[in-house]
Design a protein around this ligand. Structure first.
Ligand code: ZN
Length: 129
């Protein structure tokens, strides 16, 4: 069980809210830029590739990678907020122990305590969640 105080949870919520707003803004900005690049292309007489248009709003592999990362972050934050709403936030999903507040400050969307995270990464054979 988590031992987070109401104040600590409030602070973590604020951090996540700020991050969520930033990620959503970035997704918006990249999508808007891609869209205008595409319409400029169309005006220049080069019709946008139909397959491309069907596959994604996003022009360019680097933009696509960036948006995919942002979308992943947004999903993580929404999942953390769901855990907050159900009172399971701050509990390790593997061992059920409380995740240290210091770890949550650095990674508000952390799902595992540091020990289980290390184990998880060893098993996965690579870094990341
Ligand atoms: Zn754990």
């Amino acid at each position: 069980m988590t031992t987070l105080t109401e104040q600590q949870i409030k602070r973590l919520t604020n951090i996540m809210d700020a991050r969520l707003a930033r990620e959503l803004n970035e997704i918006d900005a990249i999508t808007a830029r891609s869209r205008s690049e595409r319409s400029q292309e169309a005006m220049a007489g080069k019709p946008a590739d139909q397959l491309d248009a069907a596959l994604s709003e996003i022009a360019g592999a680097s933009d696509y990678a960036m948006v995919r990362q942002d979308v992943q972050d947004v999903r993580d934050i929404l999942a953390a907020r769901r855990r907050l709403a159900t009172g399971r936030y701050g509990d390790c999903i593997d061992c059920g122990n409380g995740i240290a507040y210091e770890r949550l400050l650095a990674y508000p969307t952390a799902k595992r305590c540091i020990d289980c995270q290390r184990l998880h990464e060893d098993q996965a054979g690579r870094g990341g969640s």
